[in-house]
Design a protein around this ligand. Structure first.
Ligand code: AMP
Length: 274
């Protein structure tokens, strides 16, 4: 595995690769969710590039940019063992210049749900993903369904900018109790970890209701909110179609049920695709 630290090195290393390239962008503190993306990339492609960069432009004032977990040594080992070909570890100065041209998320999809609670988050996310896609020039890029709105906006950006890359959505990886893996789970203590299960439990409940024939979003959301009382607060429970339009009724094969909630000072998100 080649570890590269700046954009020139990455471009040079990328140019040496023969065959297809799978790209997995991450912010590090790698867990089994990230590893599943890398495995998918490895299966589909001749080469795999992983990036680790905690992107400052997607964090809002007061968010956890400075305390975001960092485990570069362990992450490097994980990538090596997973058979990654190039690991890209840039700094902020490598990725950004002052007063640069930036792109923005569309007004509606970029500013609802996550975008409403974290205004500007998706602008910064799209800006860095665009840069990383241009630099790594992959055949395919891998993103988790865990960040469903992010995945949808990236798919839209790839289409809008005619980028020559296939976006591959990857399933959500959970722990044995159902908690969706996240680098931010590290902030939870034992009690918080138990309470955090209310997110996945609310989604399981929704699934059971749908299996029993319930289709009304309002009924499903009400039941979810009951279970989510275990959280300290709930940012949103939403039922949308795959383009993130609100749904009054579940449409099988075209719905996403999303939840964002706080456990103490930790904000967690989860969803299921129905
Ligand atoms: P992050 O490091 O949190 O920016 O995540 C990097 C990529 O890993 C994103 O595409 C995430 O959606 C994906 N990811 C994070 N957690 C999970 C998970 N539990 N299952 C599947 N993919 C995940």
């Amino acid at each position: 595995m080649r570890v590269v630290h700046n954009t020139d090195e990455l471009k040079e290393a990328r140019a040496r690769l023969d065959g297809s390239v799978g790209f997995v962008p991450t912010m590090g503190a790698l867990h089994d969710g990230h590893i599943s993306l890398i495995k998918n990339a490895k299966e589909d492609n001749d080469n795999v590039i992983v990036s680790i960069f905690v992107n400052p432009t997607q964090f809002l004032e007061g968010e956890d940019l400075d305390s975001y977990p960092s485990k570069i040594e362990a992450d490097t080992k994980i990538c090596e063992l997973a058979g990654v070909d190039i690991l890209f570890l840039p700094t902020k100065n490598d990725m950004y210049e002052e007063n640069e041209i930036s792109i923005g998320a569309p007004a509606i999809q970029g500013y609802i749900l996550e975008g409403e609670k974290r205004p500007g988050h998706f602008d910064g996310m799209l800006q860095i993903v665009l840069k990383l896609l241009i630099l790594s020039a992959p055949t395919r890029a891998y993103f988790g369904k865990k960040d469903a709105q992010q995945l949808s906006l990236i798919t839209q950006m790839v289409r809008s900018y005619f980028l020559n890359v296939e976006v591959i959505p990857c399933d959500i990886i959970r722990d044995k109790n159902g908690l969706a893996l996240s680098s931010r789970n590290k902030y939870l203590d034992a009690e918080g970890t138990t309470r955090a299960l209310c997110l996945s439990k609310s989604l399981t409940k929704a699934t059971h209701q749908i299996i029993s024939g319930e289709r009304k979003s309002s009924v499903i959301k009400k039941e979810m909110l009951n279970i989510l009382q275990e959280a300290d607060s709930v940012d949103y429970v939403a039922i949308v179609d795959r383009d993130f339009n609100d749904l009054e009724n579940i449409e099988i094969e075209n719905s996403i049920i999303l939840v964002a909630a706080w456990i103490g000072t930790t904000r967690l998100i989860d969803n299921i695709w129905v």
